[in-house]
Write a protein that binds this ligand. Structure first.
Ligand code: ATP
Ligand code: MG
Length: 180
C-alpha cells in the first residue's frame, strides 16, 4: 500500500497546514533533534486509528493538539489526512486515491472521514483491517521498539512475527468465534 500524501494541521508541533508528498521510492525525513520528525510518524499512526495516546507519546488526548509557542497561540483542533494509492484497488472503494481524515477538538470531540465523507473510527479500522497497515500493525517501528523486539521473550517475539505474517487477524477471529 503506497502513501501519496500526508496533511497535518494543528497536530503537535505542526501549527500550520503542512503537506508532505511522498515521491516514488524511499522518503527520508531528516532534521535536528526536536524538529518534529517523530511527530510525523505519530500523525500516520494516529490517522490509521491509534486509540492509545501513549503510543503516540502523549499523556492525554489534548497533547496532540498544537499547544502554542512564544509567538503563537494554541490551536483548538488537530487534523491529519492521509492519502493512499488505491489504483490497485486493495481497498474496497472504487476511487484511485483514498483519503482518511481524523480530527480532534480540544473539547474532546472527534471526527473521522473516508474520502471526505463522515464516518466512525470503526469504519477506518475495518477499511484497513486486511491491508496490513491498520491498528496494531508493525508498519511503524518506533525509536525504542527495535530494542524491545531484540530483548523480547520468545513468546512475545512470536506475536510480532505473527502480526507481520498476517496471521493475527485469524487469531482475532478465532477468539471472537469462541466467544460467540
Ligand atoms: P529527535 O531527533 O530527538 O527524535 P524529532 O525530530 O523526532 O526529534 P519530535 O519528537 O517529533 O522531534 O518533536 C518534538 C517537538 O514537538 C518538541 O519540541 C515538542 O515541544 C513538540 N511538540 C510535541 N507536542 C506538541 C504540541 N501539542 N504542541 C506543540 N509542540 C509540540
Ligand atoms: Mg524522534
Amino acid at each position: 500500500m503506497k502513501l501519496i500524501r500526508l496533511i497535518l494541521q494543528g497536530f503537535k508541533s505542526f501549527a500550520d497546514r503542512t503537506t508532505i508528498d511522498f515521491a516514488e521510492g524511499m522518503t527520508v525525513i531528516v532534521g535536528p533533534n526536536g524538529c518534529g520528525k517523530s511527530n510525523i510518524s505519530d500523525a500516520v499512526r494516529w490517522v490509521l486509528g491509534e486509540q492509545n495516546v501513549r503510543n503516540i507519546r502523549g499523556q492525554k488526548a489534548e497533547d496532540i493538539i498544537f499547544s502554542g509557542s512564544e509567538k503563537r497561540k494554541a490551536k483548538n483542533a488537530a487534523m491529519v489526512s492521509l492519502i493512499l494509492d488505491n489504483s490497485g484497488h486493495e481497498l474496497p472503494l472504487d476511487t484511485a486515491e483514498v483519503s482518511i481524515t481524523r480530527k480532534i477538538f480540544r473539547n474532546g470531540d472527534s471526527e473521522f472521514y473516508i474520502n471526505k465523507r463522515s464516518c466512525r473510527l470503526k469504519d477506518i479500522q475495518e477499511l484497513l483491517a486486511n491491508t496490513g497497515i491498520g491498528k496494531g500493525s508493525m508498519v511503524i517501528i518506533g525509536q525504542n521498539q527495535v530494542d524491545r523486539i531484540l530483548s523480547a521473550r520468545p513468546e512475545e517475539r512470536r506475536v510480532i512475527f505473527e502480526e507481520v505474517a498476517g496471521i493475527s487477524k485469524y487469531r482475532m477471529k478465532k477468539v471472537d468465534g469462541l466467544r460467540k
